[in-house]
Design a binder for this molecule. Sequence first.
Ligand code: HEC
Length: 270
Amino acid sequence: MILSGKKMVLCIVFMVATTLSLFADRGEDVYNHICAKCHQGYVPADELAKNFFEDNNTLLHLKAPTISQISYSMKQKIGDPMADDDIRRMEVSAFIADYIIYPDKQKSVLNPRIGKFFKTMPSLKGKLSTEDIEAISNFVYDYDAKIHEEKSVKDISFDKALEQAKKENKIIIIKATAPHCRYCAKMDREVLIDKNIVNLLKKEFIVVSVDLSKNVLPLDLRVSMTPTFFFIFPQKDKNKVKIKRIPGAWSKEDFLDILKESIIAKKNYK
Ligand code: HEC
């Protein structure tokens, strides 16, 4: 079949588009067909803690650590945590690519109190193509952030937040974070994803995350540590806000108290 010039171009565009989307889904396919036999994707951190530390894995009967646990632990422990995202991705992907072909618990990045529940993973040598390995490595690398985006609150820019907070009578939380901040990641994973907290955040608050490696804080705010939370209470007088600073990482229970106290404080600030 001979195609005219225009049809040919369309045909090539279509082929390229299909290949790209196939590649993006490929990691998920590899996960579903191969890894999911043993690895569950995501289980909330408090259920995992209960399962492993109180119930000796008799609650969930997990056959392997969850992908979310692996994604999180690797980013904490492999390579240089201060390096750029591209370099981190390469280092972590290299670890996964190596581990699935040459599994060895000596190389494990998991908490040994969790690792002890599992025998060494069987090697997948010969079962995956190079492209499959690249796709699954990226899938695992991105997994924890993807889950956080799905389960936690969406955050928006400060200007938009201020407008919305005034209209809806809400409190703004500015979260100052940094890419290498372990306790920010820990709070994202254990606290800011918890159902009760997320529900309360959605109802009464608007969250603005500021990555200090990329942006400066609004309102001339400054921090000496990450994470630091600023609670911003818009005032009736249009240009004024009241600010409460809460530095540090918090447990689920304490952070819930902080949120509830802020809701009470809001009434007094009017
Ligand atoms: C037959 C079950 C099984 C399959 C299939 C399987 N795994 Fe595993 N995997 C395990 C077990 C069990 C562990 C925990 C023990 C260990 O670290 O070797 C593990 C551990 C890992 C670790 C290392 C975590 C660490 O630091 O200890 C990575 C990475 C990993 N799996 C990725 C994958 C990926 C990606 C796939 C799919 C391509 C996959 N696994 C398929 C059972 C499996």
